[in-house]
Design a protein around this ligand. Structure first.
Ligand SMILES: [Zn+2]
Length: 645
C-alpha cells in the first residue's frame, strides 16, 4: 500500500523530530541554568567570594525520560510533551535578615508575575517558606503548563524579573484522549523515594534532592513501567554556600531514556470497537487469529487518562469512583461473567473429541428436557425437533447440548474448557486480570458442600451455573475456533525499542497445553457458526455482512437475582469465514439477548474494520438501537436453564 510506505518513510523522521524537540527543551533548561551561573559568577562574583566561608556539594537527581507507546501503525498513544514553567531562583531573590523578608520578596515577585502573565497565583507564602527550608538550592517552580500567551507575556517582560526564568518539564500526554484508556492506563508521581542509579563501579548513587519522577499507576503504564522508565536519571551537582543557597553548578549528566513500546493494537479497530459499545456497559476484544495479536481491547464506559496528569483532581476522581457504571473497571480482562451459549462450542467439541457423539448424531428437542423430577427448557418452547450437531449450533438448541454433555460426561467438558483457556489467566500485560472459574466436583464440594450432579452438567453445557469467563478469554477462544485449534497467548506488545536503538520483537506464542481437535470436528462446529449468521433462521443473523462471510455464536446469560430478568448478552465471531483475520468477543451488560443486542454491534464493528483497514466499501449499518428493557418480552433465544432440583 502506498499509504503504508508513506507512513514507514515518515516514521523515523517523526521520531527524530520529537526527540529533537525534547532535547532542545532540555538544552534550553540547562542554558538558562548556565546563564544564571554566569551572572552569579561574573557579575556578582566578588560579592559572593567575600561572603563565602564554606562550600559544599549537593547532588540533584533529574527524572529520566519515559518511553513512548505506539499502536501497530506508529500512531502515538502515549508521549511526552514539553510543559512550560516559570521558576524562581531563590539565591537571587533572597534578602538578608529573617527568612520572612525573603518570603515577602518572593511573594512580591510572584504577585507581579501573576499580573504580567494574567495567571492566578499557584503558590502560597507557606509553600515558599517550605521550599526555602527544604530545597534551598533548587529553583522554585511557580507555574506549570503555561500556554503560549502566558509564555509570550513573560518573555516580553523577562528583564523586569531578575531571578525568574522560563523552564521546561516533560509531561505525559495521551494524544488519543479516552481511546484505549483502559489499555494504556496512566502515570502519577512515583511513590518510591529510593530511586537508585549506579555508578560505573556499580555503587548505588545517592542524592540530596530528587525531582519528581513519574511511575505507571494503571494499565500498560503500570505493568510495563520497568521498560518505560529510564534506567538512569540525570544528575546535577551544585555547590551551595554556607547559607544553603546555590553558589555554583559543578557538573551535569543528561537523564536516560526509557524504551519505546509498540503495541499490536490497531487504533482504527480500537476506535471502531469503542464506537460499537457507545452508551453501553460492556467490553469487546478483537484478536488476529493468525498470531494472537490483540487488535482492540475496549471496556466501556472508559475514562480519559489525560485527566490523571499530573494528578487527578478530586472532583473527577470522586465522579469516576461513584459512577455506578464503574468507568475505572476494565471489564475486558477483570470482568467475570457467565458466557451463556457462547460456551456451547466447548461442550460440542468436548463431546465430539470424546468419541461419544458424532457430527451426524441426532437428538430430539421437544422444547424441554426432564432430568428426574426437574424440567430444563429449551429457549424455543415448542422445540426444534430431531436435529444434528450443525443445526444445534445454528439454532442454539439447549436440549441438544444437555444430551451431548451428559453423554460426553462433565469431566470431558471441564477438561476442554480448561484446554481452551478458561479458569486461568492469559497473562496479558495488564493489571487486575481475573482467571474466571470452571466449576467441577472438587470446587462444588469446597464451595457448596455438595456433590456434582447431572443438573450441574446441564447448566455447564449451556454456559450457565457457576461457570465464569472474561471477555478476553472468550476472544482467545473465538480465535482458536477461527484458526482451527491454535490457542494463542494474547500478544498485546509487538516490539520494544530501547534507548540505545535495539529492537526486540515479541514473538507470537501458542499455549502449550491448548486444545487438540480432529479436523472434521472443528469443521462442523465452524459450519454451524457460519449457518447461525448466514441462514435466515440462524440465531446470529443480525451480524450478517454483504460480501464477507461472518461466523458467530450468540449468548444470553441470566445473572443476579433469579427471575429479575437481568442478562449478559454476548457474541463471539470471526471473519472472513475461509481465511479469518479477525476474531472477537463482544459483551453488553443488561441487554435483551445476544442475537438482538450483541449481533448488530458486531455487524457495525466488522463493517468499520473491513472498510477502514481493508478499504472495502461495505454499506454502513444504522447504529444499533437499544430497545427499552421489557422482562415480559419473548426471548429470541436461550433464556437460562432451570436450577437443578
Ligand atoms: Zn431446542
Amino acid at each position: 500500500m502506498p499509504r503504508e510506505r508513506e507512513r514507514e518513510r515518515l516514521l523515523p523522521e517523526v521520531h527524530v523530530w520529537r526527540l529533537l524537540l525534547l532535547w532542545v527543551a532540555l538544552l534550553a533548561l540547562f542554558g538558562v541554568l548556565v546563564h544564571r551561573l554566569w551572572s552569579l559568577q561574573v557579575a556578582q562574583s566578588s560579592e559572593y567570594q567575600r561572603r563565602l566561608v564554606k562550600q559544599s556539594l549537593r547532588s540533584v537527581r533529574l527524572p529520566g525520560i519515559r518511553g513512548r507507546i505506539y499502536d501497530r501503525n506508529g500512531e502515538r498513544l502515549a508521549d511526552n510533551q514539553p510543559s512550560y514553567c516559570v521558576s524562581l531562583y531563590l539565591e537571587e531573590l533572597r534578602k538578608t535578615g529573617s527568612v520572612q523578608r525573603t518570603v515577602d520578596a518572593v511573594m512580591d515577585t510572584l504577585y507581579r508575575l501573576a499580573e504580567t502573565m494574567d495567571r492566578p497565583l499557584q503558590l502560597t507564602p507557606q509553600d515558599v517558606r517550605l521550599h526555602l527550608g527544604r530545597r534551598t538550592p533548587l529553583p522554585l517552580v511557580a507555574w506549570r503548563g503555561l500556554d503560549e500567551v502566558a509564555v509570550a507575556r513573560f518573555m516580553e517582560h523577562a528583564l523586569e524579573f531578575p531571578g525568574a526564568a522560563l523552564t521546561v518539564e516533560p509531561v505525559r500526554v495521551y494524544p488519543q484522549g479516552a481511546v484505549a484508556g483502559h489499555v494504556l492506563g496512566y502515570v502519577g508521581r512515583a511513590d518510591d523515594t529510593t530511586l537508585r542509579d549506579y555508578t560505573a563501579d556499580h555503587e548505588p548513587e545517592t542524592y540530596h534532592y530528587y525531582l519528581p519522577e513519574m511511575a505507571g499507576k494503571s494499565g500498560i503504564e503500570k505493568r510495563l513501567d520497568g521498560l518505560l522508565r529510564a534506567n538512569e536519571g540525570g544528575k546535577l551537582e551544585i555547590q551551595v554556600d554556607v547559607t544553603g543557597f546555590k553558589f555554583d553548578e559543578v557538573s551535569t549528566r543528561a537523564p536516560g531514556m526509557g524504551s519505546d513500546i509498540t503495541l499490536a493494537l490497531d487504533l482504527r479497530i480500537q476506535r471502531a470497537a469503542e464506537q460499537a459499545l457507545a452508551g453501553e456497559r460492556g467490553a469487546v476484544v478483537v484478536v488476529d487469529p493468525r498470531n494472537g495479536d490483540i487488535l482492540a481491547l475496549a471496556s466501556m464506559p472508559g475514562y480519559n487518562p489525560n485527566d490523571f496528569i499530573p494528578a487527578v483532581p478530586a472532583d473527577i476522581w470522586n465522579r469516576l469512583l461513584k459512577d455506578p457504571a464503574r468507568p475505572l473497571f476494565n471489564r475486558a480482562t477483570g470482568g467475570e461473567y457467565a458466557p451463556g451459549s457462547t460456551f456451547k462450542p466447548v461442550t460440542l467439541l468436548a463431546a465430539l473429541e470424546s468419541g461419544r457423539i458424532k457430527a451426524d448424531t441426532r437428538y430430539s428437542c421437544p422444547g424441554y428436557f426432564d432430568l428426574g423430577s426437574h424440567r430444563f427448557r429449551c429457549w424455543q418452547h415448542w422445540g426444534h425437533g430431531a436435529i444434528d450437531l450443525q443445526a444445534a449450533i445454528r439454532y442454539s438448541c439447549n436440549v441438544y447440548l444437555y444430551h451431548a454433555a451428559l453423554d460426553a460426561g462433565a469431566d470431558s467438558v471441564q477438561a476442554m474448557a480448561r484446554a481452551v483457556g478458561f479458569g486461568r489467566k492469559t497473562d496479558i500485560s495488564l493489571d487486575f486480570e481475573r482467571a474466571g472459574l470452571v466449576p467441577d466436583a472438587a470446587w462444588k464440594r469446597t464451595a457448596r458442600h455438595d456433590n456434582w450432579r447431572d443438573g450441574d452438567t446441564c447448566n455447564l453445557a449451556i454456559g450457565q451455573g457457576a461457570l465464569l469467563v472474561t471477555p478476553l478469554q472468550l476472544a482467545m477462544f473465538a480465535a482458536a475456533l477461527a484458526n482451527g485449534g491454535t490457542l494463542w497467548h494474547p500478544r498485546l506488545m509487538a516490539r520494544i525499542v530501547t534507548a540505545s536503538g535495539v529492537t526486540n520483537i515479541i514473538p507470537a506464542t501458542a499455549v502449550e497445553d491448548g486444545p487438540h481437535w480432529q479436523p472434521q470436528n472443528i469443521r462442523v462446529v465452524r459450519q454451524g457458526m457460519r449457518d447461525a449468521v448466514n441462514q435466515p433462521d440462524g440465531s446470529g443473523k443480525r451480524a450478517m455482512l454483504p460480501n464477507v462471510v461472518v461466523a458467530a455464536k450468540t449468548g444470553t446469560a441470566e445473572y443476579g437475582v433469579k427471575g429479575a430478568g437481568r442478562k449478559m448478552t454476548w457474541m463471539i465471531a470471526f471473519a472472513p469465514y475461509d481465511q479469518p483475520r479477525y476474531a472477537l468477543a463482544l459483551l453488553v451488560e443488561d441487554g435483551i439477548s445476544g442475537g438482538t443486542t450483541a449481533a448488530p454491534r458486531v455487524k457495525q464493528l466488522l463493517t468499520q474494520v473491513f472498510n477502514e483497514v481493508e478499504h472495502m466499501n461495505l454499506p454502513l449499518p444504522a447504529a444499533p438501537l437499544r430497545p427499552a428493557p421489557d422482562p415480559n418480552a419473548p426471548a429470541d433465544e436461550e433464556p437460562p436453564a432451570e436450577e437443578p432440583a
